[in-house]
Design a protein around this ligand. Structure first.
Ligand code: MG
Length: 456
């Protein structure tokens, strides 16, 4: 039997791998699962980002669901977190999001969701996979075919976010924010949300366009060079940029500097630990130890998981966590949406900024100071074996290790992580320390151990 799903859903080139037939079968398989679990008339939420192939795939997926007797609420183009929110809001039996997140425009994909909006459980995913390949679908009689209705989720989603922050404090400060939603799904939410919160807003690339004509939808420093200049030139308080499906938000300070995702995550963690008098934070092994330091200062606890937003979300649910996040600018507010949420993150950051009365760069400056360095090495052989061999060598040398995901060597003042990429023939090395020299030293150590491991 083939394998369908990656770490969260399935992704590929539209009309090559992700065809209408593919989406149709996916709908039939998911619907059949729900019916066989005993739901008489299941309700599934379907939505998508604005990719060119989105409408075609959405139509096919919905047909598949209807044909097995599932009712559908079609929320149309919306951010992934808004569709996850809709699963709870409409009291659904599950959801499906048609998106390829930050990937280039030719890609698309499908994520399946639990009734609470969390990514589908592994065991249920395995059943969908089996049904997909065996084509063992429970087709409904003509009188039992499902019904579809369109509903707006944008308004309820924005209202829910607004109810979770102090709008009065934001209105008093009236921050000037420049927004770049990369012509993605966030174009329908973020500029409006910020204006309603009382910000002065200038938006660019804010019409949904599945060609992503303005920039690559991955919001990294390389792709945001132009935006960083705009934020500074306009004299804004800060800038915020999103990926194609708007589950991530990354920030630019008033000087046009790109702020690493784990620093904005740290601002949220600091504020929420203070507000709640402590709490449990879930993050990945690759995130800055700024988070650990803040947890020590503000009565928090930290759980570290493997890399992946779905893994962090599951751990938050399981351990009743307060907040979670990753180093790439995705923050998870589990009592709101069980997944990364770019708009909620932005609203929280705007609130923190407004309350503080400080400049954005000053807020970042106040965080515990660590220096980070990253590099990568292309390799030909089995990258997972290489990383395991790094662990063996490091252990022989008496280093303190954490092998939750990859090989992480811990020091009192820093760490280095050697980790295989999930999708490319690359091994990444991250190092972090309290001084620049030490970070450099740990990065070199990681590389050195990797070279040695590759000789085995
Ligand atoms: Mg995304």
């Amino acid at each position: 039997m083939g394998k369908l799903f990656g770490t969260f859903g399935v992704r590929g080139i539209a009309n090559e791998k992700i065809t209408p037939e593919f989406a149709l079968k996916m709908g039939m398989a998911f619907g059949t699962l729900l019916k066989r679990e005993g739901r008489k008339r299941p309700l599934v939420i379907v939505g998508r980002d604005p990719r060119v192939s989105g409408e075609m795939l959405e139509g096919a997926l919905i047909s598949g669901l209807l044909s097995v007797g599932v009712d559908v609420i079609d929320v149309g183009i919306a951010p992934t977190p808004a569709i996850q929110f809709a699963c709870r809001h409409f009291n659904s039996d599950g959801g499906a999001v048609i998106t390829a997140s930050h990937n280039p425009p030719e890609y698309n994909g499908i994520k399946l969701l639990e009734p609470n909006g969390l990514g589908l459980k592994k065991e249920r995913e395995a059943v969908v996979e089996e049904l997909f390949f065996s084509e063992d679908f429970d087709r409904a009689g003509w009188y039992e075919i499902g019904e579809v209705r369109k509903e707006d989720i944008i308004r309820p989603y924005l209202d829910a976010i607004k109810s979770r922050v102090d709008v009065e404090v934001i209105k008093r400060r009236k921050p000037f924010v420049v927004v770049d939603t990369s012509n993605g799904a966030g174009s329908l939410t973020l500029p409006y949300l910020l204006r309603e919160l009382g910000c002065k807003v200038v938006s660019i690339n804010a019409h949904p366009d599945g060609h992503f004509p303005a920039r690559n939808p991955e919001p990294n420093e390389e792709n945001l060079q132009g935006f960083m200049r705009i934020v500074k030139a306009l004299g804004a308080d800060f800038g915020v940029a999103q990926d194609g499906d708007a589950d991530r938000a990354v920030f630019i300070d008033e000087n046009g500097n790109f702020i690493q995702g784990d620093k904005t995550f740290a601002l949220v963690v600091k504020a929420m630990l203070q507000e709640n008098n402590g709490g449990l934070v879930v993050t990945t092994i690759a995130t800055s130890h700024i988070i650990d330091e803040l947890a020590r200062q503000y009565n928090g606890k930290v759980i570290k998981t493997k890399v992946g937003d779905l893994i962090v979300s599951r751990a938050l649910l399981e351990h009743n966590g307060l907040v979670g996040g990753e180093e790439n600018g995705g923050v998870i507010f589990p009592d709101f949406v069980l997944g990364r949420d770019g708009a909620m993150t932005t609203a929280k950051i705007v609130e923190i900024f407004s309350k503080s009365g400080k400049k954005f760069s000053e807020l970042i400056e106040e965080l515990p100071r660590f220096y980070q360095m990253k590099t990568k090495r292309h390799i030909k052989g089995d990258r997972h074996t290489a990383v395991a061999n790094v662990a063996r060598i490091a252990e022989q040398r008496g280093f303190r290790l954490d092998t939750t995901d990859g090989t992480k060597i811990l020091f009192d003042d820093g760490w280095v992580l050697v980790r295989a990429s999930g999708t490319e023939p690359i091994i990444r090395i991250f190092a972090e320390a309290r001084s620049e020299e030490k970070a450099e030293e740990y990065l070199s150590l990681g590389l050195e151990l990797l070279e040695e491991a590759l000789k085995l």
